[in-house]
Design a protein around this ligand. Structure first.
Ligand code: AMP
Length: 619
């Protein structure tokens, strides 16, 4: 919880609290967690039972959108309008998913093979980002109802192998759901945090394996934890292997025993669903019993634990093969692994745990609910960001190297991969032509030597360099990555003090305009509580701005003119008045007016602070 101070009535100081939540946005199920009395807990649904929200979205005839258990029930009755496994499509183009379209019961659009996929529901098109935002909104509502407060900040987890496109898409989904995503965290890192690994910066380094077997996917990650830094050494897995395959193995055994053909199951959807549900029930039952017995349409079905273990043996062999690959890539052996963490509902099967323990030659960590581990860890990460866990230092690292293009298309790395974030690094360059006036700076991300093989993040031009012979100008280029992972690149010609800088935003994902349109769209289609929530959210934003605005005035007295101070004060008062209305647009307009006026002032203050800090320093 972060504490900040504001009194809505008279502007005086009082204490309110803001909770930062942790979200596990899963392929099959999603969860939301927060810190309660110093412990992470997952939030249960209104029925007080499950903490899992099935990651399923249903679009009804009347335009109503439902998410979770109720939507899951529609998978059978209305498959074309029921979307599942949207995480598999995040940040992907149609080309990326070609060949797997058959897996989805809904329509994936291929109008342009290079652009990101869209999903067709009736006569509307949705991006995976919009669909994920529906799931995130459901989680947000769940925790807001539970805690009776507005939530605006979150940490969201993603698989360690997610690339920047997929991470950015996840961040966008959060934004669309009205969440400020403070950090995207790797799922295995969250799992390790949930088990208290990496506590304290002086702890001995350790190597950890996170074995994550869910409903439809398997991931193995090898982590190195040292000085509070979680480094992903390697990842491996199978995106189409999980508990659903256990169920299918049982179904096909019973099919043989009862003489039911696959064609029969395909034609008789109800029977197909019945037998699948019974198979899953059998599997779960066998996690704590020796024998399962039941009936299917008046005929006896049974399954012993031993037979079940035989059935899943080949599937577990496949996970072990992935583990071997992951160890090889991380250049460690099974004996080097200190801790093995169990994640995902399918690790509830005791035989899975046995096989994994046998492979790594040590007992596994399984004391936490395997489907809650990641969300619990995300809540801990959120708590660290809120500044409440002083003894736990968690640093993010850059997943790929960052650098600029130099002569001949070579990549000159400025921030190597696995650097701690936030970080700052720089280097000096010069011109290659006499009298060169402009210098184009192209920023790339990747590990290859030639920039053409890396990803271009952006470019900008340092203009009007005073004419000098080649080699004389001293151009200082600084890469600054803030705690959110946003990169700012600054270039300065030292002899003339000419300076330019840009914030590098990735060139993929959805544009701000698309985002705005989707936002308007989602509001138009949402239910009536949107209005109330809109006011609360606007008020929240306004309160934060009032606080930071007042602080800004105090801290920058010296560099602001009397007029600037007076106008800022007047605009702050107008904003305070606006927060007392019930009209979010009035509040937003006041926010915008204040922002418009103060943004140039803030830039000026920032530049003067940085200049003061940099004065006299050499790289
Ligand atoms: P997840 O994707 O992590 O939510 O995992 C879902 C998978 O866990 C599904 O295949 C479930 O059938 C499976 N699962 C849930 N509970 C159990 C249990 N008690 N024993 C075995 N598998 C389970």
């Amino acid at each position: 919880m972060a504490t900040f101070a504001i009194n809505l009535k008279d502007g005086s100081v009082e204490s309110t609290r803001e909770t930062i939540i942790g979200i596990d946005l899963g392929t099959t199920n999603s969860l939301v967690a927060y810190m309660k009395d110093g412990q992470p807990v997952c939030v249960k649904g209104a029925d007080g039972k499950s903490t899992l929200v099935p990651s399923v979205i249903h679009f009804a005839e009347n335009e109503q959108i439902i998410v979770g258990d109720a939507a899951k029930n529609k998978l059978i009755t209305d498959p074309a309008n029921t979307i599942y496994s949207v995480k598999r499509l995040m940040g992907k183009s149609f080309r990326d998913v070609q060949g797997t379209e058959g897996y989805y019961g809904y329509q994936i659009i291929d109008d342009d093979t290079e652009s990101l996929v869209k999903i067709r529901v009736k006569d509307r098109f949705y991006t995976p980002v919009e669909l994920s935002a529906h799931i995130l909104r459901e989680l947000k509502t769940r925790i807001e109802t539970d805690l009776s407060t507005v939530i605006t900040k979150a940490v969201i987890t993603v698989p360690a192998y997610f690339n920047d496109n997929q991470r950015q898409a996840t961040r966008d989904a959060g934004k669309l759901a009205g969440l400020d995503v403070l950090r995207i965290v790797n799922e295995p890192t969250a799992a390790a945090l949930a088990y208290g690994l990496g506590n304290g910066t002086d702890a001995a380094p350790s190597t950890v394996a996170v074995y994550d077997l869910g409903g439809g996917t398997f991931d193995i990650s090898i982590l190195r934890i040292e000085n509070g830094i979680f480094e992903v050494l390697s990842t491996n897995g199978d995106t189409f292997l999980g508990g659903d395959d256990f169920d299918r193995a049982i179904v096909s055994l019973w099919q043989q025993e009862l003489g039911i053909t696959t064609q029969e199951l395909n034609e008789n959807k109800e029977l197909g669903q019945q037998i699948r549900l019974l198979a899953e029930a059998a599997k779960k039952h066998l996690s704590s019993a020796e024998l399962f017995e039941s009936e299917l349409n008046g005929r006896k079905v049974s399954l012993s634990k031993g037979r079940f273990e035989q059935l899943v043996e080949p599937l577990l062999d496949r996970t072990v093969a992935c583990c071997k690959n992951a160890l090889r890539d991380a250049k460690v052996t099974a004996a080097d692994i200190e801790n093995v963490i169990m994640v995902g509902g399918s690790t509830r099967t005791p035989y899975v745990k046995n096989r994994v323990a046998q492979f790594f030659e040590k007992p596994v960590f399984d004391s936490l609910h395997p489907d809650e581990v990641v969300a619990l860890g995300a809540a801990i990460q959120a708590d660290i960001l809120a500044g409440n866990q002083k003894d736990l230092l968690l640093l993010d690292i850059t997943p790929l190297s960052l650098g600029i293009e130099t002569v001949g298309g070579l990549m000159d790395v400025i921030v190597p991969r696995n650097s701690k974030v936030p970080s700052k690094a720089g280097r000096q360059y010069t011109t290659s032509v006499d009298g060169q006036k402009n210098l184009k700076i192209s920023v790339f991300q990747g590990e290859r030597d030639l920039v053409e093989h890396n990803r271009k993040l952006g470019e900008f031009i340092l203009r009007d360099i005073p004419p000098m012979p080649a080699g004389l100008p001293k151009i200082d280029i600084q890469f600054i990555i803030n705690a959110d992972g946003i990169l700012t690149v600054r270039a300065r010609e030292l002899r003339s003090n000419l300076e330019t800088q840009v914030e590098i935003k990735p060139t993929y994902g959805i544009t701000e305009e698309e985002m705005a349109l989707m936002l308007i769209d989602s509001i138009q289609n949402a239910s009536s509580d949107v209005k109330a929530r809109g006011v609360l959210e606007a008020r929240n934003e306004a309160n934060n701005l009032l606080l930071s605005g007042r602080k800004f005035l105090q801290q920058n007295e010296a560099i602001l003119s009397e007029e600037e101070k007076a106008v800022t004060n007047a605009l702050l008062n107008e904003l305070l008045e606006a927060t007392k209305t019930e009209d979010k647009d009035v509040i937003h307009r006041a926010i915008e007016t204040l922002n418009q006026y103060t943004t140039p002032l803030a830039h000026r203050a920032l530049d003067s602070n940085i200049r003061a800090a940099m004065a006299g320093k050499k790289i």
